[in-house]
Design a binder for this molecule. Structure first.
Ligand code: ARG
Length: 483
């Protein structure tokens, strides 16, 4: 809390918004233990935005005067500046962002500042702030996911013909293209985007006006303040409005999935870089050395990302446990909602930035990837499919090919290197056109349908993705980004 003034001057107690009924100042450790200013000041701009909408609503409903509203606007403009240029004096004794800003406002403008809190409570205020804050971050993360998809699609375009072994059970299974492999991740990040866009609607509801828990006795217009803040709807139950944090858990689960997807990609990059595989190279700027082994070049970025996935998943668990069994309505426990959300936001954004920078630097080692395919007879299924096309039932074909593979392994040759006479000794249905489907290229080309790995399909998908990116860009310019 470097820039927080924590002088325990008992005078501060007098400044407290709630000190009237107390006969002694709060103990120092209680202040430190229960304060949230160390982390919630990052919602300061949302807090001011919420207060300005609340004040405008109070004025419209005749609760405060036009002069008061003008003073509040002037004071808040100055506070915004002070926060932006780092001169705002955050006080630990004022607990949280809400009381800090309100106290400063009152110091600047007097009584009008004291009227701001009419018809509201910190309970609806904090719920409003968190929703406003998260709404903006959701949009940023959605954009970052789109940028990462673009990078993956460009890589897929470049590597649409690059053959590599596809694995199941980490055993060489069938050849796929590197481009196809990259597009698998673009799909995952698309579902991640969808989750954020859908969640945005549930975040974008106004709790403001629920006050402490039961509503307020003033003639307020909740629809009006909601509209000023760009909320889509007004929360219909005041108890729910101040105590609902499901959206936080939803965010953390969406963030966890983003990080889980990133961690799978990370794991692949890590083993692809291992000398045993040598499937890819990464430029030096994304790797680090060892302090003892001079030859080392470690994939630190993907490893760090794989590790950071753990902490976001941990935050999701912490948040779920925080909500479990919590009675209505507001409880101070809920103050613990912010740090996991903030940390997950930072972690996801940093990680996406890192991958947007790094992925274009991935250099597939084409020769090595091709050599790796030769190790595990990845076109064996193609031979079975060939026999099926010649009228052999699939199970029989499977059995025949199993014996062909055993022979090839004895002879230490690949399937396409076996002489026709040897192949025919297993089935007389085999003719010299068999070699077309035993090559890696033949196997790739044959899987030419929606979702298949054929280079032509990868190119078709790349084109569709590029159209989608164009459309999103156009929509964003038209101010109707798809939400
Ligand atoms: N700092 C508090 C929080 O984050 C604000 C709400 C406090 N409300 C209260 N009644 N003490 O939840």
């Amino acid at each position: 809390m470097a820039n927080i003034n924590d002088s325990s001057d008992p005078l501060h107690a007098k400044n407290k918004a709630w000190s009237g009924r107390f006969s002694e100042p709060v103990a120092d450790f209680v202040l430190r233990y229960t304060a949230s200013i160390g982390f919630d000041k990052r919602m300061a701009m949302a807090d001011i935005q919420g207060s300005l909408a609340h004040a405008a609503m109070l004025q419209k409903c005749g609760v405060i005067s036009a002069g008061d509203l003008e003073d509040i606007r002037r004071g808040m403009a100055q506070i915004r500046e002070e926060i932006k240029n780092g001169t705002f004096d955050w006080q630990l004794a004022l607990e949280d962002v809400h009381l800090n800003i309100e106290a400063r406002l009152t110091a600047l403008i007097g009584d009008a500042g004291k009227r701001l809190h009419t018809g509201r409570s910190r309970n609806d205020q904090v719920a409003t702030d968190l929703r406003l804050y998260l709404r903006e971050e959701l949009d940023e993360i959605t954009f970052l996911l789109n940028d990462l998809q673009k990078v993956l699609v460009n890589l897929a375009d470049k590597e649409a013909d690059t053959v590599m072994p596809g694995f199941t059970h980490m055993q060489v299974a069938q050849p796929v293209t590197f481009g196809h492999h990259m597009l698998a991740y673009a799909e995952m990040f698309e579902r991640d985007r969808e989750r954020l866009i859908s969640l945005r609607h549930r975040v974008n509801r106004s709790p403001l006006g629920a006050a402490a828990l039961a509503g307020t006795t003033y003639p307020i217009d909740r629809e009006y303040s909601a509209k000023l803040l760009g909320f889509e709807t007004v929360m219909q139950n005041s108890l729910d409005a101040v105590s609902d944090r499901d959206f936080g858990l939803e965010f953390l689960s969406a963030a966890s999935l983003i990080m889980i997807h990133i961690s799978r990609l990370s794991e692949e990059l890590v083993y692809w870089m291992s000398q045993r595989f040598n499937f890819i190279h990464l430029p030096d700027r994304f790797t680090t050395g060892s302090s003892i082994m001079p030859q080392k070049k470690n994939p630190d970025v993907p490893e760090t990302a794989r590790g950071k996935a753990a902490r976001v998943v941990g935050e999701m668990c912490a948040f779920a446990v925080l909500l479990k069994g919590l009675p209505l309505a507001y409880n101070k426990d809920l103050q613990e909602d912010k740090e996991p959300v903030f940390d997950a936001i930072d972690t996801v954004k940093d990680t996406l930035h890192a991958f947007i920078e790094m992925m274009p630097g991935v250099e597939p080692q084409r020769e090595e990837l091709r050599r790796a395919c030769q190790a595990g007879y990845p076109t064996a299924t193609d031979l079975a499919d060939y026999l099926v096309r010649k009228g052999v039932p699939f199970r029989t074909a499977h059995d025949v090919v199993g014996r062909v593979v055993r022979k090839a392994s004895e002879l230490k040759v690949d399937l396409h290197e076996m002489p026709l006479s040897v192949l025919r000794s297993f089935s007389d249905k085999i003719e010299d056109d068999v070699y077309d489907c035993l090559t890696l290229e033949g196997a790739l080309k044959a899987r030419n349908h929606t979702g298949g790995t054929a280079p032509a399909q990868v190119r078709r998908q790349v084109a569709l993705w590029k159209q989608l990116f164009e459309k999103r860009l156009a929509d964003a310019h038209a101010g109707e980004y798809d939400r």
